[in-house]
Design a protein around this ligand. Structure first.
Ligand code: CA
Ligand code: CA
Ligand code: CA
Length: 680
């Protein structure tokens, strides 16, 4: 017997000795029973189910040993392959629906994968300055080392990444099994990383994210599932630096959501079980308010096809000692699923046999104008059209009074399709920028299968949102998930969550991307991109009201504008208009024109006006649909009137420039008409 096999068995002995010792887990003397009961099994997170499959022999030690002793796979892997170059339809190119983020960066190194154990997914991310720290479930690392929790780090804000391998085995052969959760503690100047472990839930620490030190168990229990961590990073809070972990404990027969806290990561409080959380709870998501209040949101699930469930939230105002239920984020929401996939997966699932834990996420930001002093942002999915064809959309609500009441919900995805949007994440920053991202199938309306990652930003604390932005550069197909092509991964698994980190400048996004192939076999990886949260300020303060000024019109000729599409904004020829503002006080400037635009069906054009190189608010969008006229070249024509307004402009010389942008590789035209600039 090899050392590796011994390392797998030893923790089991620890667990069983704990049962025999009559600890808190005595209610369930055999964690493997959680797998044997189909109804219970359907409630387990992807990571916890897999941990039990390993511990209970459904994934055999022989298979693990075989993978570990397999020859190095470098000969067949092509780590230099860029995302999307294999197996991705050429028409699926990046086409952001807003000011586009940068190119996707793969953060794990697939050269470490052991065929067919190529899956990295289910992500967490935290930041400290220019260090971006991410974790994920890592089947390749497990095949090589017996640890399932991978991490990667960037020291330049996400431009380049290093795959750090898995978290190290803890004291007493405490291996880790995913369900990753990373936070950065401002007080400690350190990252903390929680994961499922042999013992239950365990913690690792790092100041750099480049290597990790095992701290010890957070909680010892064979039924511990899906732990998520939060940290109090407000120096004014009475619990500054306190770490909180919320999770689901399947060894409890009644209420299952639990919370523990620690001031140093070593000593953890006796867990508090959320009274009334019930036996159907899953997906606890903690967040700390600026005053130290702790909130834990979770899904009170239901388990029959077509059932409705509640999205609940609890609050602690005493540093995690006691909790009280607050007003539900959502009540009676139809669970998002595709019935045939649910039946195939024996658990709530979407097309492609992707299991779907439809739990909420929350994030909290300071807002002195809110009654509570802060705003709670919540995102969640559900089947909002009932019997209609759409199985899942993603929604947003906010609370300004500590979850006593919630705003009306806002649908975040702005597509016109009936495809799936699911697994929404949310992040906020100190200036009230709210960011959400999710998986989205809008670009595959015919099949509702291939998916992208989309995002949206609010610049006003969640009151209003901009247009959706496509984050992923390419669409992902869905690999075979039942049985999973990766035999260390349970059927129907695609990760239960992803996460967003923010600072004053950016949102940092990580997600699971299955677009890359090695030859013909799938190689899911984790990708990163960022969104700028810096709002381009208007040219001058937006005060006063604009009235129609004495018109001074600058008419230009009628020639074709830009003939070749560009994925960044480019000037449209002959649409640059210099003028001189008269008078001695500031006045408005209005820009008007109409244009015929030509593009293929479903494409998007964006047109914007700049005054002295600075944009006027948001670009104007032209989305092409089947209602437009088709021209001889297969493009669709649409006449569109554009109006832009610059307020409070100073007297003197200025220049108006008209630009456009498309996201299509072929010919796109803006056939512009006269541009009128109204000014004093
Ligand atoms: Ca991979
Ligand atoms: Ca529906
Ligand atoms: Ca939808």
């Amino acid at each position: 017997m090899t050392r590796f096999v011994l390392s797998m068995l030893a923790p089991l002995a620890v667990l069983f000795s704990l049962y025999l010792g009559g600890t808190a887990q005595a209610a369930n003397p055999d964690a493997c029973n959680l797998l044997r009961d189909p109804a219970t099994r359907a409630q387990l997170s992807g990571s916890f189910e897999r941990k039990l499959m390993i511990q209970c022999g459904e994934i055999s030690l022989e298979e693990i040993e075989r993978a570990r002793s397999a020859p190095a796979p470098s000969g067949q892997l092509k780590p230099s392959v860029e995302p999307g170059t294999a197996g991705v339809p050429p028409e699926v190119q990046k086409k952001s629906l807003g000011e586009g983020p940068g190119a996707d960066v793969r953060i794990n190194n697939p050269a470490g994968d052991v065929n067919p154990h190529t899956t990295q997914s289910e992500t967490t991310v935290a930041i400290n300055g220019a260090t971006v720290c991410a974790g994920y479930n890592d089947s390749g690392a497990f095949a090589a080392t017996g640890n399932f929790t991978g991490f990667s780090f960037s020291t330049n804000g996400g431009t380049t990444w290093t795959d750090g391998g898995p978290l190290p085995t803890g004291t007493g052969s405490d291996n880790n099994f995913g369900d990753p959760s990373i936070v950065f503690s401002v007080k400690e100047g350190a990252f903390y990383f929680a994961a499922l472990s042999d013992l239950g839930l365990s913690l690792w620490r790092s100041t750099s994210c480049s290597s990790w030190t095992y701290v010890g168990p957070i909680h010892v229990g064979s039924g511990d599932d899906k732990e998520l961590m939060a940290v109090d990073n407000n120096p004014a809070s009475p619990e500054f630096g306190r770490l909180y972990v919320a999770w689901t404990d399947f060894n409890l027969g009644g209420d299952r959501e639990r919370v523990t806290f620690s001031n140093n990561g070593v000593a953890w409080s006796v867990p508090v079980t959320l009274a009334g959380s019930g036996p159907n709870a899953q997906g606890a998501w903690p967040a700390v308010a600026p005053n130290g209040d702790l909130y834990v949101a979770f899904e009170d699930r239901c388990f029959t096809v077509g059932c409705s469930r509640n999205l609940r939230i609890y609050r602690s105002t005493d540093g995690g000692a006691t909790f009280a239920a607050r007003t539900n984020i959502g009540t009676g929401l139809l669970r998002p699923e595709r019935v045939a996939s649910t039946n195939t997966c024996s658990r709530q699932a979407l097309n492609g046999n992707i299991r779907n834990l439809s739990s909420p996420q929350i994030a909290i930001h300071l807002d002195g104008s809110a009654p509570a002093g802060y705003v709670i942002s919540a995102v969640y999915p559900y089947d909002s059209d009932g019997a209609g064809a759409d199985n899942s959309n993603v929604f947003y609500k906010r609370s300004t009074d500590g979850a006593a009441t919630w705003s009306a919900e806002k649908k975040l995805n702005d597509d016109a399709t009936t495809t799936d949007q699911w697994v929404p994440a949310v992040g906020v920053n100190a200036t009230g920028k709210v960011v959400s991202s999710w998986y989205d199938r809008r670009l595959d309306p015919a099949n509702n299968l291939s998916f992208d990652r989309f995002a949206v930003v609010s610049n006003d604390g969640g009151l209003t949102f901009g247009a959706n932005t496509r984050i992923s550069d390419v669409s992902s197909g869905v690999p075979t998930l039942i049985p999973n092509f990766d035999t260390f991964i349970n059927s129907c698994y695609h990760g239960d969550y992803d996460q967003i980190a923010t600072d004053a400048s950016n949102a940092y996004l990580v997600w699971s991307d299955d677009s890359r192939l090695e030859g013909t076999r799938p190689d899911p990886d984790v990708y990163f991109d960022s969104i700028s949260l810096v709002t381009v300020p208007p040219p001058t303060s937006q005060t006063g009201t604009c009235t129609l000024l004495t018109q001074v019109s600058f008419a230009t000729g009628e020639t074709l504008g830009q003939a070749t599409a560009s994925t960044s904004f480019v000037n449209i020829p002959d649409m640059t208009v210099p003028f001189t503002m008269g008078g001695s006080v500031n006045h408005c400037v209005k820009v008007e024109f109409s244009a015929f635009t030509f593009a293929p069906l479903g494409e998007l054009l964006m047109v914007r006006a700049l005054l002295d190189g600075v944009t006027a608010g948001s670009p104007s969008e032209v989305q092409f649909s089947g209602n437009d006229d088709e021209d001889a070249d297969g493009r669709w024509a649409r006449s569109h009137a554009f109006n832009f307004e610059f307020k409070n402009m100073s007297p003197g010389p200025h220049t108006i420039t008209i630009q456009f942008r498309s996201f299509f590789g072929g010919s796109v035209f803006v056939h512009r008409r006269s541009v009128f600039v109204h000014h004093r």
